[in-house]
Design a protein around this ligand. Structure first.
Ligand code: FEO
Length: 394
């Protein structure tokens, strides 16, 4: 992908990964991704803000060559993860006079991860500025989006926020700017759910902090540039706030139909009570589908078969991911079917140890669900209805 001009003397020399299917060998990328790397040319100095994944080395250096910079004075590293930092060492080989500008914690990570030399760094503190002549970079510390060392860089004169991973989207697009709100919304929400959601409380603080800044553009390292920052910032405010939707998410796995019968019954009972329900078959659904629905579901009911006394492995994965993603869900329950005996509910509960959601009654049953099991499911639906009323979701 060629160089993209963001504004006069501000360029994206990053790369697009049209074919990448998985991030961290975990997160599915249905629409590929991009690694944005920005060049800011001041009247006296030039800064490169983040690099790209080493897989895209050729494209990145071709763009830098095309830009034909006389020099790079600073390599600003907002985040040490290798998809943005991985080529810092190679940039230094070409521009040996460049200084790596980052915070103390990020410096430590870069030394550990990339074996960079301590002498190459200029360490900045919260609120520090760096003059490029007629342009000024300001550093805003924003830890835990999504690593502990993350920071933003604000280009004062152009009112551009270089936000690192924050506010990004895994979206491979040739467009420089976001111009399809629906597509960007879905990709950004999925990205938030998979990567940022565990840090919701801190993100609230960062968003509050950004209210002090006039921002005309947001340049994340993944996805298109936002010319209308309010679009993404307001959606983030909605996602991180404590408000939940009148929705029940039912991730399930059914081996022989016993669990599916209960899932269908519960879906009907909740629907009849005016509650939105989303059953997700975890046999085939990917993490993103689950994560994006976790963003605002008021209640989760895990429903699964038993394999060799324990939960179906897909349900083990589901419970572990829900625990890791820390959604703002208010209530949670488990339904387990088994053939002869089961430790499934106990095991799943232990995997959900850090959930802040309130536990509702759980249901375990042997074989195909009998009328008394369905009565319990009906009672669970009644309880969920009451809980949602208490949350003022009607
Ligand atoms: Fe896009 Fe945290 O790396």
């Amino acid at each position: 992908m060629a160089i993209r001009t963001i504004k006069k003397d501000v360029y994206n020399v990053g790369a697009i990964d049209w074919d990448r299917e998985l991030f961290d060998e975990l997160i599915p990328l249905p629409e590929g991704t991009s690694y944005n790397s920005f060049v800011v040319v001041g009247s006296e100095k030039t800064a490169l803000i983040d690099t790209v994944d080493p897989e895209k080395k050729e494209e990145f250096f071709r763009n830098l060559d095309e830009l034909d910079l006389e020099r790079i004075d600073y390599i600003v590293s907002n985040h040490a993860e290798q998809d943005h930092s991985g080529l810092i060492g190679e940039v230094l080989e070409i521009y040996p006079e460049a200084r790596i500008v980052t915070n103390e914690k990020c410096k430590g990570f870069l030394i550990d991860l990339l074996l960079l030399e301590e002498k190459s760094f200029d360490v900045v503190d919260e609120g520090d500025t760096l003059s490029l002549g007629d342009k000024t970079l300001e550093f805003i510390f924003a830890p835990w989006v999504h690593w502990p060392e993350t920071m933003f860089t604000y280009l004062r004169e152009d009112k551009i926020l270089f936000s690192g991973d924050f506010l990004g989207s895994h979206l491979a697009l040739s467009n420089t700017f976001s111009n399809d709100d629906a597509q960007t919304y879905l990709a950004a929400k999925r990205y938030y759910a998979e990567i940022m959601m565990p840090f919701r409380t801190l993100i609230k603080k960062h968003l509050k902090r950004l209210e002090d800044y006039e921002i005309d553009m947001v340049c994340s390292v993944h996805g298109p540039v936002y010319k209308d920052p309010a679009f993404i910032i307001n959606h983030y405010k909605d996602w991180v706030c404590d408000k939940v939707a009148n929705k029940v998410l039912i991730p399930y796995v059914s081996m022989h139909g016993s669990t599916l019968k209960v899932v269908e019954y519960l879906t009907d009972e909740l629907t009849n009570r005016g509650i939105e329900v989303l059953p997700i078959n975890m046999t085939s659904a990917d993490l993103g589908k689950l994560a994006v629905e976790l963003v605002d579901a008021a209640t989760i009911v895990l429903a699964g078969s038993t394999v060799l006394m324990g939960p179906h492995p897909k349900m083990l994965y589901t419970a572990a991911m829900i625990n890791a993603l820390r959604p703002k869900t208010k209530h949670i329950s488990i339904i387990t079917s088994f053939g002869w005996a089961s430790q499934s509910t106990k095991t799943l509960k232990s995997l959900l140890a850090t959930t802040q959601a309130q536990w509702l009654e759980t249901i375990d049953y042997k074989g195909y669900p009998k009328p008394e099991v369905l009565e319990k499911v009906k009672a669970l639906a009644d309880n969920i209805l009451e809980k949602h009323k208490e949350l003022n979701l009607f």
